[in-house]
Design a protein around this ligand. Sequence first.
Ligand code: FA5
Length: 343
Amino acid sequence: MQKQLEELHTQALSELERVSESRELELWRVHYLGKKSKLTQLLRSLATLPLEERQSIGAQANEIKKALETGLIEKREILEETSLISSLEQEGLDTTLPGRPISAERLHPVTQTLEEIYDVFRNMGFQIFEGPDVEWDYYNFEALNIPQWHPSRDTFATLWVDSPGEGARLLRTHTSPMQIRIMENSRPPIRAIIPGRCYRYEATDATHESMFYQVEGLAVDKNITLTDLKGTLFEFCHSLFGSERKIRFRCDYFPFVEPGVEIAIQCLACNGTGCRVCSYSGWVEILGAGMVHPDILKRVDIDPEVYTGFAFGLGVERIPMLRYDIDDIRLFYSNDLRFLKQF
Ligand code: FA5
């Protein structure tokens, strides 16, 4: 019986080798592994054999069965692959052509910078919020101490949106309106940063775009002082530009802070000697900031006698411009892949 089994094994494998299409493979399966196959019948008749023979023949028969089943699976895979290739070839596809390389995608340099900014402020305990690009006049101006007649409206060259009968709407000129929205909806302690697009109807040049990104920051709590503002923003600047980079911290005016300040970074492109990136001043202004005006706190029902806060608004594109020596902000949004692929 042992010899019979060996012959069956060899014959089955050599027939399997010759099988060239799936119909033949099915016939082979029925013949060698089906219910009525020799092997199955032999396995069934094992019970009639003496114990010793039963054990050794049973083991041999089972091994052959496993080998045939494995052979069947492998052959099936080979036939499927060959039939796929031949059907592709019938459709006129050359399966021997090398594949097209898939280019590794990456984030836009401004998005990369935003992610870095989030990391720095997240480590200092700030939460990220988002707000609407189309904003009410109230949040963009009125609530920020910029009434209709205020001359500082002129500096925010505004794009207005038609909103008949609903009050004046506009494309936000800065992210500061979110200071109000956040303080209306939450109580101190507040630590928030708000990234977003801003829009200004102004002539574009190497450092000004009509659409650009800002990140607003807001911290309101008991005992917050100008020192906290300075410490937080210096920590931020040092994280992004290195601790050696010179930072200019000086007075500025924004109606919604008191006092107001401005931070500029010594130009990395020319090291302060003056070039196109810094408009030949040696410095690039990256943000406006200050202590939240007591009027604003009162407007959102936060007692300025108990709480104080600081706020800042930074221009995002100016950061990669400084770091990578980019001398024109308009390159970020002109969709030139030769530029974008460098980051
Ligand atoms: C403001 O927009 C204030 N909201 C900032 C602020 C927030 C002050 C909170 C106090 C407290 P300013 O107009 O200076 O300020 O803009 C802030 C930054 O945005 C600038 O320093 C600059 O980096 C960037 N920025 C302004 N206008 C443009 C523009 N047209 N294109 C690119 N970046 C701009």
